[in-house]
Design a protein around this ligand. Structure first.
Ligand code: ME8
Length: 511
């Protein structure tokens, strides 16, 4: 993996044939939560996203708009950058495959593959799906379509080939030696059985259009867009300068997060290219599932594409982030529905987390002079709640090491439920008159629990967590502040409490 203490995570680079939608936002969000978590946990993180700008699909989209491909890609790539800003993503870099640093890197990879005898000139005659930018064997074509449903066209042209067929056993050995290199397990099994079924040499250049990186020494060919695109993960950390600090620190990548549609490219072709060039393959490829909209496949022709900006406007950024990360086990398919979104927003956020913070902070505001209360001796119940909050990091860390944000959130919400039960059973409002010292202890234990919760929810809901930590006047917010070392100091003045998670209320009809 990256050097000790370093962590490199990537999203796919998105095609610039179209505007970003919820699927793109989701993949980058999944990475953002992990990247933020690792930073708070003291790792040096490199989080990369970007755009895939070459190939026939983008070329055709530019042509359809009557634009030259470079101006077209400049325009559409900017929309992906705008989404990064709107979603508050914390990526450290944004790569475009039309940048010089990338062209230099992919041409060097090509030369190394040629030097290693892994590329030869031949000619291709077969099916190609522009929508998938993928070659398909005759046996894969059903009713004139690719297995993905994409239309195919017959292509015959001179082509360079990569000797993929020679890599079958070494790929199988690699999967075998690295049980977690493809997640989830069900997808790993699919990849292994695909490779066991035998591999064909792969066409890695095209001659019928020009929009790509030229093949070194043969300008008639541009490189196959997937060889070009996959290499972005290395270009961004300085390849071919393998002695650079960036490359030595971050290569091989710890995890490439991808949608299930592009797993084969990442889990078969990419490690084969790298091993063939004598470069270490990535540590993990984690494939997530597909979002549908109110039960329907998302597609432009159905007109049901979900615009991330609309979700942010309607529900709020952190609410949307929470929903996407919590609703679906990472790796599974998931459905977006308004009803499910509102349920999560009102029940998990407003009722469970929001209400806990609101109750505790307003009781402190009213009954403790607006300052962190001075606790008395802790009872077994108090210690149990605090212990649960303090130990939460161990559980969540193990879950985040497997990119399982949904599990991490479930674990955090179990502690929120514990804390709410504790409030109900301790009834601090009743202690106010009968035993104010005990009330102060209970509110202190709760404030400390909320401090832990808010530190841990930062990767998922950065803005709201920040507000809660502000309300507790907490300065140190990384994970070293968890436990005793960051304890709230009794007597610290707190700002006036304010609600953090509003309830969703349906707009009045006609409003
Ligand atoms: O494939 N649900 O780019 P792309 C979940 N350029 N995720 C979705 C989704 C949905 N309905 N729709 C899209 C490419 N995605 C290549 C990648 S990488 C070297 C090159 C997400 O613009 C998901 O992550 O078609 C999927 O893998 C990605 O968008 C495909 O983006």
């Amino acid at each position: 993996m990256s050097a000790p203490g370093a962590f490199y995570i990537t999203t796919p680079i998105y095609y610039v044939n179209d505007s970003p939608h919820i699927g793109h936002a989701y993949t980058t969000l999944a990475c953002d939560a992990v990247a933020r978590f690792m930073r708070l946990d003291g790792q040096r993180v490199h989080f990369l996203t970007g755009t895939d700008e070459h190939g026939q699909k983008v070329d055709k989209a530019a042509e359809a708009r009557g634009m030259d491909p470079q101006s077209f890609t400049d325009e559409v790539s900017q929309r992906f950058r705008d989404l990064v800003a709107a979603m508050g993503f914390s990526n450290d870099d944004f790569i475009r495959t039309t940048e010089e640093r990338h062209k230099r890197s992919v041409q060097e990879l090509w030369r190394r593959l040629v030097d290693a005898g892994e590329i030869y000139l031949g000619s291709y005659a077969g099916w190609y799906a522009v929508r998938d930018e993928a070659f398909y064997a005759e046996s894969e074509i059903r009713d004139g379509k690719a297995p993905s449903g994409a239309p195919v066209e017959w292509v015959e042209e001179p082509s360079y080939f990569f000797r993929l067929s020679a890599w079958q056993d070494r790929l199988l050995d690699w999967y075998d030696a690295n049980p977690d290199c493809i997640l989830p397990e069900s997808r790993r099994n699919e990849v292994i059985s695909f490779v066991r079924g035998g591999l064909q040499d792969l066409s890695v250049s095209r001659t019928t259009f020009k929009w790509g990186v030229p093949v070194p020494g043969d300008d008639d060919h541009v490189m196959y867009v997937w060889l070009d695109a996959l290499t972005n993960y290395m270009s961004a950390v300085g390849f071919p300068d393998e002695q650079s600090e960036l490359f030595r620190t971050f290569w091989p990548a710890d995890v490439h997060v991808v949608g299930k549609d592009i797993l084969r490219f990442h889990a078969v072709y990419w490690p084969a290219f790298l091993m063939a060039a004598g470069i270490e393959p990535p540590r993990r490829i984690h494939a997530h599932g597909w979002w549908t909209n109110e039960g329907q496949k998302i597609s432009k022709s159905l007109g049901n594409v979900i615009d991330p900006y609309e979700l942010i406007d309607r529900y709020g950024l952190d609410q949307m982030r929470y929903f996407l990360l919590r609703e679906v086990p990472f790796g599974n398919d998931g459905d977006f529905s308004h009803a499910a979104m509102v349920r999560r927003m009102n029940s998990d956020l407003a009722n469970d987390y929001g209400n806990l913070c609101q109750r505790v902070l307003s009781m402190i505001g009213k009954n403790c002079g607006g300052a962190v209360p001075q606790p008395g001796e802790l009872t077994a119940d108090d210690r149990e709640l605090l212990g649960t909050a303090e130990n939460l990091i161990d559980t969540v860390r193990a879950q985040m090491e497997r990119q399982a944000s949904h599990q991490a959130l479930e674990s955090i919400w179990r502690v929120i439920a514990d804390a709410n039960r504790y409030v109900d059973s301790m009834a601090p409002w009743a202690l106010r008159k009968t035993d104010p010292e005990r009330m102060a202890t209970v509110l202190y234990a709760l404030a400390e629990t909320i401090r832990h919760l808010a530190i841990l929810t930062q990767p998922f809901m950065p803005g709201s967590s920040e507000k809660i930590l502000d309300l507790l006047n907490v300065e140190r917010r990384d994970f070293t502040a968890l436990g005793e070392s960051g304890r709230l100091a009794p007597g610290t003045t707190l700002p006036k409490p304010a609600g953090v998670f509003p309830r969703y209320v349906e707009p009045e009809a006609g409003a």
